[in-house]
Design a protein around this ligand. Sequence first.
Ligand SMILES: Nc1ncnc2c1ncn2[C@@H]1O[C@H](COP(=O)(O)OP(=O)(O)O)[C@@H](O)[C@H]1O
Ligand SMILES: [Mg+2]
Length: 192
Amino acid sequence: MKIISRGAEAILYDVGDKIKKERISKTYRLPQIDITLRKTRARKELNNMTRLAAIGVNVPHITQDGDFGLRIDKIKGITLQKLIKTNDQNLNVLFQMLGEQIKKIHDFDIIHGDLAPTNMVINNMQPFLIDFGLSYQSKSIEDKATDIVLFLKLLRSLHTNENLISAFFKGYLPNKLFLDKIEQIKKRARYL
Ligand SMILES: Nc1ncnc2c1ncn2[C@@H]1O[C@H](COP(=O)(O)OP(=O)(O)O)[C@@H](O)[C@H]1O
Ligand SMILES: [Mg+2]
């Protein structure tokens, strides 16, 4: 099988119009912990993506494939990371849609846990969210704001235009409490 990506945690194979994601064993972990971690991350990814698909969030269809494996519909397109690097013009609508999608996830009390631009695939100017292995359920504003702070930090490191960040918030529609929380987390991170 052709390998699409080999990350720290998983290998992704090309299986026609689907992708097989297999979490690999890490020899530095105790075997029992290794097995548990790989299983729970695969299960979280499957469960949370299935629940989000049911409420209309843009996530690819996903099924289980063995204990550590997942089969995921392939989204034809490129990651937000690549898109920003090649062309960050005319992405305002896309960023607003991303804000709307992530808000929907948070309103459903799911935290993505790794909102990196490599975990967003853009097809036909529609954003799809992937890589839910670190996702979890939480109602906490702090957890939701932490999700956003990571995304903002990674966007800044790509020198993303500030207009796009404004467009993102136009979709997310944070209230004052949430914006204050974001600022508080950023400030805390600077002092660490
Ligand atoms: N469903 C998908 N459709 C298209 N590309 C995907 C899909 N899933 C993963 N990819 C590609 O593979 C890369 C790694 O997948 P990801 O699930 O993020 O694994 P990792 O845990 O290694 O980060 C992504 O950044 C993306 O480029
Ligand atoms: Mg990823």
